[in-house]
Write a protein that binds this ligand. Structure first.
Ligand code: GDP
Length: 614
């Protein structure tokens, strides 16, 4: 056999037709070097690396895409695909089919310094309500808890680990895309892979579609678990069809989405699901250096009655050790004790391991970042720095609105305008999507990251924060809770009932020509209790703040009964003899109002601000 191109590497060529020089009747002949990477093998055999990894897994070999396998192993895999492998003795840069030279290989290795090793994937379960997310989490937990000898009683710490063929997988305990995106909105993305649960008897439902969009917006790969296959009405093919309509094409139909039929109730398909998660994890090449000081994210926190502040941290890199000094959000302390998901005390937590930690005096917040520091001094420096950054952030708009999209784009902060579109009827979605996406230019792209019917809800707001998106409603409104969250978080909401106006506004926004809209925010109210004369004509009202607060920069409306007497700004604000900037509920103060002195006892003062929105 010549040391050159293989006889054929086309997996579609059927046995026997291998060209003139190969009389092999049964199979296609292919040449391999003595050692070959999974990636090279997949290219030579012209099959996806996922397929190769799966075959290897079946023979008990857990390989990642860059892993080198020996000739014998490669030959066995090749045989599965109908190839007869021959050993190629010399591998030169020139004759290597992938064109990968030694130099390139070395460069590739240099990109992965030795300290980095594969870490367990962190997996979240999402899907429509009642499709079996909780049941599946339970079934997985029961299947393979890592530390089952500790009496088998699992503790709820917000996440748990299972083991499959000697490798671990971490599962977050709170299913659903709402929790997933709420974490992202707080700036923490801990999930590496998401399992999308779809009940085979119910099919793709609105929250299935939401979950797909939320995972996509985060760039997290999806593995589909088609659940409830034990039910008589189960129809997995219909689920696959519906998924394909939403752009998730399963592998057996030529796509790249892995889908596994399971029954959480009967515990069917669980091992296969776990194996496939490992396959995706290998492809994602999730790595961390366990030799470094730990970093992680708080995924759960509470005040434990007997033990004090207890929080669960998911270590993202490094190894957390008992005794480490940690800065968590705005708190610091020393790790006094750590417990794993079976309640067993542990001394160390390597990457991707969730551990409940004792050692802080205050309860941190979910989403807080934990880092290990040298001592108390460094801890306070870190916290001080975080403080400053938080203050700075408060001034810079974190969210995107139609009126600031141009500024954010010009400042290089965004490259595309992400839109969440809510409409009253399904039929409006496609035409609006097309009209908006058509406004994309070479410089800035318009992308609809999520669209659905109904009012704007909390989960839309979280997605908007997490993905820096604006929300546009067509013939819809916002749910009351969502409206106040949007106001609090500064998420831009705009509503239209004429498509032309919507498209026109987005077009103007992209060119920086859209005027902002303002909304009035009420700061608080006060009641006039006494009136004093101060100097010539000026009158001062002695007031008591009945709700909210008064600030020196507020606008004010003087109300007598239901009638507005005057509207202007606060001219002076004093408590005792001091000028103050603000006064809270329950306190009294003296105040002047610009251009107004005709106060009467019993007048109500309403304090407000006009804030830019949308
Ligand atoms: P979630 O809302 O997605 O968390 O759904 P649950 O896990 O609470 O499950 C909803 C219902 O479906 C419960 O009554 C479960 O017992 C049932 N269920 C979940 N998985 C299966 C399954 O594989 N087969 C059958 N027959 N029922 C299931």
């Amino acid at each position: 056999m010549v040391d050159s191109e293989k006889t054929t590497n086309n997996a579609n060529v059927t046995g026997g037709k291998t060209g003139e020089e190969s009389p092999t009747p049964k199979s296609n002949v292919i040449e391999f070097p003595p050692a070959i990477s999974v990636r090279q093998l997949s290219e030579l055999l012209d099959v996806s690396p996922i397929e190769i990894i799966k075959r290897l897994m079946r023979s008990g070999i857990m390989a990642n895409i860059n892993q080198i396998v020996d000739f014998k192993t490669a030959a066995t895999v090749a045989a599965d695909f109908g190839y007869e492998a021959h050993l190629k003795h010399r591998l030169t840069g020139k004759n290597n089919r992938t064109g990968e030279t030694k130099k390139q290989q070395r460069a590739q290795q240099a990109e992965h310094p030795s300290g980095l090793i594969l870490r367990p994937p962190v997996v979240t379960i999402m899907g429509h309500v009642d499709h079996g997310k909780t049941k599946l989490l339970d079934a997985i937990r029961q299947s393979n808890v890592v530390d089952s000898e500790a009496g088998g009683i699992t503790q709820h710490i917000g996440a748990y680990q299972v083991e499959i063929k000697g490798k671990k997988i971490t599962f977050l305990d709170t299913p659903g895309h709402e929790a997933f995106t709420a974490m992202r909105a707080r700036g923490a993305q801990v999930t590496d892979i998401t399992i999308l649960v779809v009940a085979a008897d119910d099919g793709v439902m609105p929250q299935t579609l939401e979950a797909i969009d939320h995972a996509r917006a985060a760039g997290v790969p999806i593995v589909v678990a088609i659940n409830k296959i034990d039910k008589p009405g189960a129809n997995p093919d219909r689920v696959k069809q519906q998924l394909a309509e939403s752009g998730l094409v399963v592998e057996e139909w030529g796509g790249d989405t892995i889908s596994i039929p399971v029954s959480a109730k009967e515990k069917l398909g669980i091992t296969e699901l776990l194996e496939n998660l490992m396959v995706v994890a290998e492809l994602e090449e999730l790595k961390a250096d366990p030799s470094k000081p730990a970093e992680g994210t708080v995924i759960e926190a509470a005040m434990d009655r007997t033990r004090g502040a207890l929080f669960t941290v998911l270590v993202s890199s490094g190894t957390l050790q008992e005794g480490d000094v940690i800065a968590v959000g705005e708190n610091w302390g020393r790790v006094k004790a750590m417990f794993n998901d079976t309640g067993k005390r542990v001394k160390k937590a390597p990457p991707s391991m969730p551990v409940a930690v004792l050692g802080l005096s205050n309860v941190p917040q979910v989403g807080d970042v934990m880092i290990v520091v040298v001592d108390e001094k460094e801890a306070s420096e870190v916290i001080e720095k975080r403080h400053k950054e938080a203050e700075k952030e408060a001034y810079i708009s974190k969210t995107v609105s139609l009126s600031n999209v141009y500024d954010q784009f010009s400042a290089g902060k965004i490259k595309e305008l992400s839109i969440i579109l809510k409409t009253d009827v399904q039929g409006s979605i496609e035409p609006i999507k097309t009209s908006l996406e058509r406004l994309s230019s070479d410089e800035i792209k318009v992308r609809i990251i999520h669209s659905s019917t109904g009012n704007v809800n909390e989960s839309d707001i979280m997605l908007a924060i997490a993905s820096k998106a604006v929300i546009i409603g067509f013939n819809t409104n916002a749910e009351p809770g969502a409206k106040s969250s949007a106001e609090r978080e500064g998420v831009s909401l705009r509503f239209y009932n004429i498509i032309y106006n919507m498209v026109d506004d987005v077009n103007k926004a992209l060119k920086g020509m859209l005027a902002p809209i303002f909304v009035e925010v009420i700061d608080g109210h006060a009641e006039v209790r006494a009136v004093f004369t101060a100097g010539k004509k000026e009158n001062i009202a002695g007031v008591s703040v009945t709700d909210g607060k008064i600030t020196r920069s507020s606008s004010v409306r003087v109300m007598r009964g239901s009638k507005k007497i005057h509207e202007s700004t606060v001219s002076s604000l004093r408590r005792f003899k001091d000028d103050v900037r603000e006064v809270a509920t329950g306190y009294e103060c003296g105040m002047g109002v610009d251009g107004f002195g005709d106060f009467q006892v019993g007048d109500i003062l309403e304090f407000f601000r006009n804030e830019k929105s949308g």
